[in-house]
Design a protein around this ligand. Structure first.
Ligand SMILES: [Zn+2]
Length: 493
């Protein structure tokens, strides 16, 4: 790439100011972290009483795109994600199964981590369990009590929201005229039900509990996140994110607890991902229309198609999850993989042309601009698909040269640093989940070895052996494509 062009790209990257939509202000704002070069993110993780459904993973994929993007911009990212491993449902289900809370939740935590790997979700720097932080939560409740924010009733401790005048500022809930002292023990409740909420819950007869200085019991859901976020990230975080349904009461209550205790701003940017819809209904366990990743995979869907579909719709738009949209995602991934593999394996005429590197640089710039614009993944993807189309046209016209490969592959690499779908490892991923052993077919290494063997046979002009290997691979779902220059590309059906 010429020095002139490199300079131009540098200037353009600088121009793409990062902007995120902040639920607190209701505005899309320039993103400036508290400490230059570093971004501290808190992510509300799953309640591990069952397998997470694909609607949950929409939020987790969005958070993965967010962290990959920030890293690609040179930020050091410190992300904390909690695992809610104690709540009413967990206590009930563990008791019904005759297991301790720890034993019961271990299984779903492992499944969640496996599912994350299948979707290429980078691990957050800290994944923390609520039950490992009871002491931190108790200390935070004690701080709130010292400042007069709490009261107790029947052994439980409640947060008095009337003592926190800005209560409602995130969800814009109207607390005027609300009955003071009305309280709620449930962790999840409706918006028209703003109430004093439980920080610490006294045990019901027969329930497991922790013996602590504030009495026997267990933490409420909201205090978990406040305590763990501040423990690992300090009093003020850069980004707090989660699904839009967490805005109220969960995030509102986290703010009241954290800011009540510290007197400082809790999170500077609040990013919320929209729902995943199934046939225009919100996907959730309460509606019963949920699918776990494993259900999708065992019905033949690939991890890369699910990741691509969840990533392709900008996070603040609703995404309608249908078999057709999954099919479309699978074709898109295949198109991108075929293109990248063609560039890597095909031999093009020697030389280079100024137009192609410039075209690649423009695509990268448009890709960057899309992501800088509140992670507009649809715009970023359009830039890459336009590039693929134009380069394929250039190749068919003989206007693409060997020297043009590197800049175009570099554009594909910067795309894949965020979207992470180019590596053809779906079969491996399914095997890791214990799925698809029969249909998964041979590994990459096995295919490469057979392809090399076939090349050897062709060199010897042993076409019978060459055809036999081709047929064997076809039977196992691998298609070979011989190009005019004698190279061989392969892909899975
Ligand atoms: Zn939370």
């Amino acid at each position: 790439m010429s020095a002139h062009l490199a300079l131009k790209i540098g200037e353009q990257a600088k121009m793409a100011e990062i902007r995120f939509h902040n639920t607190m202000s209701g505005q899309t704002e320039p993103f400036v972290p508290l400490v230059p070069g570093e971004v501290r993110i808190y992510t509300c993780g799953p309640t591990v009483y069952d397998f997470a459904h694909v609607g949950n993973f929409r939020t987790f994929v969005f958070q993965d795109i967010l962290r990959r993007y920030l890293k690609s911009k040179g930020f050091r990212v410190i992300q904390v994600m909690n695992l809610t491993d104690v709540d009413d449902r967990i206590i009930q289900k563990a008791a019904a199964a005759g297991l301790s809370i720890r034993e019961y939740t271990d299984k779903y935590i492992q499944a969640f981590l496996d599912d994350r790997r299948a979707l290429n979700l980078e691990p957050p720097e800290h994944i923390v369990r609520a039950t490992d932080h009871i002491e931190d939560m108790v200390k935070l409740i004690q701080r709130l009590t010292e400042k007069g924010f709490t009261y107790t009733s029947d052994g439980s401790t409640y947060f008095r929201i009337a003592k926190f005048p800005s209560y409602g500022k995130l969800s814009k809930i109207d607390v005027a005229g609300m009955q003071t002292g009305a309280r709620v023990d449930m962790d999840r409740y409706d918006k028209d039900n703003a109430r004093d909420f439980a920080l610490w819950k006294a045990p019901k007869p027969g329930e497991s509990f922790w013996e602590t200085p504030i009495g026997p019991g267990r933490p409420g859901w909201h205090i978990e996140c406040s305590a763990m976020a501040m423990k690992y990230l300090g009093d003020t975080l850069d980004i707090h994110s989660g699904g839009v349904d967490l805005t109220f009461p969960h995030h509102e209550n986290e703010i009241a607890e954290s800011e009540g205790a510290t007197g400082k701003q809790f999170a500077r940017y609040w990013l919320h991902a929209e729902h995943l819809m199934v046939d225009h209904e919100k996907m959730s366990k309460s509606v019963g229309n949920f699918a776990t990743l494993r259900e999708l995979f065992s019905h033949g869907q690939k991890p890369s198609s699910v990741r691509f579909l969840l990533a392709s719709v900008p996070y603040r738009s609703q995404l309608n999850f249908t078999p057709e949209s999954l099919q479309g995602a699978a074709s898109s991934v295949e198109r991108l993989r075929n293109f990248a593999s063609r560039l890597r394996t095909e031999k093009f005429p020697e030389g280079s042309s100024p137009a192609i590197p410039e075209r690649a640089a423009n695509a990268r710039e448009e890709f960057e601009q899309g992501l800088a614009d509140d992670l507009n993944t649809a715009r970023a993807l359009a830039a890459i698909f336009d590039l693929v189309r134009d380069i394929n046209t250039a190749i068919s016209r003989g206007e693409f040269h060997q020297g043009d490969v590197a800049p175009v592959l570099a554009a594909m690499d910067s795309f894949d640093a965020i979207f992470a779908v180019l590596k053809d490892d779906d079969a491996e991923k399914l095997r890791a989940l214990g799925l698809g052993q029969d249909s998964a077919g041979p590994s990459d290494a096995e295919i490469d070895a057979l392809v090399a063997e076939r090349q050897g046979a062709r060199k010897r002009r042993d076409f019978a052996a060459s055809d036999r290997i081709r047929d064997q691979l076809a039977e196992r779902g691998v298609i070979l494509e011989d190009s005019r220059d004698g190279q061989v590309r392969w892909k899975r059906k």
